[in-house]
Design a protein around this ligand. Structure first.
Ligand code: HEM
Length: 714
């Protein structure tokens, strides 16, 4: 069966009444519904946020979502009906149609008939083998939107493999786990990166992602060992520090009551992480907007534009020289390349000077980067290849992780029950500490949330390949040179393989079960690809996103900002939002912990100085928040003394005495802290801190406080 969605018949409004009379809708009605909704677009459900808006916003949203759902439900069978009646079908040889019509009158079942005929259909007298369903579409229909959405609806209609043709281009769309496994793993050597390599050549050269053949083999063998376990463990500290910087930024926003655009913040977080991890470079993009950060984004956006552009204008010689956009891209690349050259030179010097012996788990504590490992390993490689590798790792590990965090927080904004569980886990496993490798083993629910987020929003949503030789995909023969999209989106949402496929349900993954991956899910789930070209950063990325998620939800509550634009999807190399993820961030309220004689150690993980001062002034309570252990706790500050009073031991002691004792203790504490530890800060102010790390000098304070308590000074 071959199908033509841009059939001139359809476009001219000719719909066979004989065929469509068999459906519940009249031909005109059917046709109108397609024209109105544009056949290629109607099903793309824009992902809508569940922002609570004043004036019945929730209800409006619910109604809207219901209407969208109903529309979608209604349209899907209509498309299927039209397909069944051949509306979009590319003409088959006349005799086949005649035979089909004749036989159908005798009554053989439709599917059997279809199978029989497609198996024996002939073209020009030559026997054809089973043919892949074919869909034709105008090129415009696929650009400027999340192209994987129409591919999903076509998958529901045509199944696990179909051919999509628009203009002169033709792609095989694969959504069948066994075919995906065949291409990615079982017969991986027969497939290259094809158009992906062509598109990314300008930025990644022959880096690991686009490279094929011998170059890929050699580079993979050099790079994979650099991500050894000791390295990944060292990175966990880096993830904690970078996430903590983000926490500080969010803390300011929470104090100022300002909404934040989380997608760009996640992008900066992961850029800071990957810069340090790959070549020990401090982008510091969460606090700065310097030239190199801008250059990285110019190049990234260009790569994304090229991967979705219908016409490769950048290949036109004159255009390349006069287009302001292309000039900017060249300048950005120049800056990045010279920065990388400098970093390589600095690192080479470090390696020459160090006396460390290279071994399997080699790591320089000051600079644990992958670049350092590669140079120390004696990797004999040209500077250009090294730059290509570094650039590839930078891009591969940056936007992917950022996208995972963005969509995870979007999903969480709609699932308060999941957030509550996440927060429980983060409270009990982490408290205020930065996560360690041991903690990561215990953050099981958080890991399941990331697993599930990756199922619903795989990054990238499609994997690209080109066949290097003739092959069989399932029962279909394919030729050498076929461009193939493996739709991970379709695999991950296939109703055949998933119960409630569209539902965000981290519970579908057993807490004590194995970490889901392509092998144990039989290629129905492949967030990091599979086979020899599987992601080299899967563990790195999982830990990075788990650390960030746990640290953020431990400290803040996130909601879609009131009045924020709907959260819809658009595609680059990864899935982006169309207009950002605007969120309102509020500090979590966690009950303060009062010191008592059993308290072994006190940590002071206090609030931002300005907000403490302000709140304390307003509530006339002297720096009450000092003795709260909770990070940035805003727990009804006026009620904190009351809380202390209730917890204070000694039932025979009057309330007045207790109050006095508490107030004395608190003001003493303020003084103790200011004079002993925070002398350089104004009296009464605290050094902002959090992320589980007590502020500078706080251990000393804790021991002073503890001594005072012991001496029953409270
Ligand atoms: C959550 C974040 C990430 C996701 C979802 C992800 C996903 C993927 C996927 C699906 C592939 C396979 C592509 C294909 O078969 O065509 C891949 C390849 C790759 N990834 Fe990742 N990745 C992530 C993070 C990272 C990080 C942090 C790094 C580096 C530290 C990295 C480095 C690479 C490299 C170098 C390849 C190419 C491997 C090869 O072709 O041999 N990725 N990634």
């Amino acid at each position: 069966m071959s199908v033509n969605l841009s059939s001139p018949l359809l476009q001219a409004g000719h719909v066979s009444s004989q065929r469509c009379s068999l459906t519940s809708a009249s031909p005109q009605k059917l046709h109108r519904s397609f024209v109105k909704h544009q056949p290629w677009r109607p099903f793309a459900p824009s992902v809508r946020c569940s922002a609570s808006r004043s004036g019945g916003g929730d209800e409006d949203q619910a109604v809207k979502e219901e209407v969208e759902r109903l529309l979608e439900e209604k349209q899907r069978p209509e498309v299927a009906a039209c397909v069944d009646f051949g509306e979009y079908t590319v003409p088959q040889p006349g005799w086949v149609l005649a035979l089909r019509n004749g036989l159908s009158k005798l009554g053989p079942p439709g599917e059997f008939l279809e199978g029989l005929l497609s198996r024996w259909a002939t073209e020009g007298g030559e026997t054809r083998r089973l043919e892949i369903p074919q869909v034709k579409q105008s090129i415009n229909a696929i650009t400027g939107q999340s192209f994987f959405i129409p591919l999903y609806h076509l998958f529901l209609t045509y199944g696990g493999i179909y051919r999509l043709t628009f203009g002169p281009k033709s792609f095989l769309i694969v959504s069948d786990p066994q075919i995906a496994k065949h291409i990615l793993k079982d017969n991986a050597k027969a497939y290259s990166k094809g158009i992906l390599a062509e598109i990314l050549e300008f930025v990644m050269g022959t880096g690991l992602i686009p490279a094929d053949g011998e170059i890929w083999r050699v580079r993979r063998r050099a790079i994979v060992p650099a991500l050894h376990q000791k390295y990944v463990v060292a990175m966990i500290k880096l993830f904690g520090e970078a996430s903590y910087k983000l926490c500080k930024k969010l803390d300011v926003a929470a104090s100022d009551g300002e909404d934040v655009e989380m997608e760009s913040l996640f992008s900066r977080l992961t850029l800071d992480v990957i810069g340090k991890a790959i070549f020990n470079y401090e982008f510091d993009s969460l606090t700065n907007d310097n030239g190199i950060v801008e250059a990285v984004y110019i190049v990234l956006r260009e790569a994304e534009m090229r991967s979705t552009a219908p016409i490769p204008t950048w290949e036109i010689p004159i255009w390349k020289d006069i287009s302001p956009r292309q000039k900017k891209v060249s300048q950005a690349l120049k800056l990045i390349n010279s920065t990388l050259d400098d970093l390589i030179a600095i690192c080479k010097k470090m390696v020459e000077q160090e006396e460390l012996q290279f071994h399997e788990e080699y790591m320089n504590e000051q600079d644990p980067s992958i670049l350092h490992f590669l140079l120390a390993s004696g990797d004999d490689v040209s500077s250009k290849q090294l730059r290509d590798d570094l650039m590839t790792l930078l891009i591969a590990g940056h936007e992917t992780s950022a996208a995972v965090l963005t969509w995870t927080f979007y999903l969480l904004s709609k699932s308060p029950e999941v957030v509550a569980k996440l927060q429980d886990e983060a409270d009990s496993v982490l408290g205020d500490r930065f996560p360690t490798i041991e903690d990561l083993k215990k953050l099981k629910y958080t890991t399941r949330v990331i697993n599930e987020s990756l199922r619903l929003y795989p990054q990238p949503p499609v994997l690209i390949r080109r066949s290097l030789e003739d092959d069989m995909l399932g029962e279909y023969p394919i030729k050498r040179g076929e461009d193939i999209f493996i739709s991970v989106w379709n695999l991950h949402r296939s109703p055949k393989h998933w119960v409630d496929a569209e539902k965000f349900n981290p519970e579908r993954w057993l807490l004590d079960g194995p970490n889901p991956n392509e092998s144990n899910q039989n290629f129905s789930y492949l967030p990091f690809g599979g086979g020899p070209r599987k992601c080299v950063g899967d563990m790195f990325a999982t830990f990075e996103t788990v650390v960030a998620t746990a640290m953020l939800v431990r400290r803040f509550n996130f909601q879609i900002a009131p009045g924020a634009p709907p959260v819809a999807m658009t595609t680059g190399a990864t899935i982006h939002t169309t207009e950002g993820l605007e969120m309102t961030v509020t500090r979590r309220t966690i009950p303060p912990i009062i010191p008592n004689l059993e308290t072994k150690e006190l940590t002071f993980d206090a609030c931002r100085s300005s907000s403490i001062t302000r709140i304390c002034q307003a509530s006339k309570v002297p720096s009450v928040a000092l003795v709260t252990k909770s990070w940035n706790s805003r727990v009804g500050l006026n009620s904190v003394p009351q809380w202390y009073i209730e917890k204070l031991p000694g039932e025979d002691v009057s309330l007045g005495v207790k109050c006095e004792a508490i107030n004395k203790c608190l003001s003493n504490l303020t003084r103790v802290m200011s004079s002993h530890c925070f002398g350089r800060l104004e009296e009464g102010q605290l050094q902002p801190c959090g992320g589980g790390q007590p502020p500078f000098g706080s251990e000393k304070v804790a021991s002073v406080v503890h001594r005072r308590i012991k001496r029953k000074k409270i």
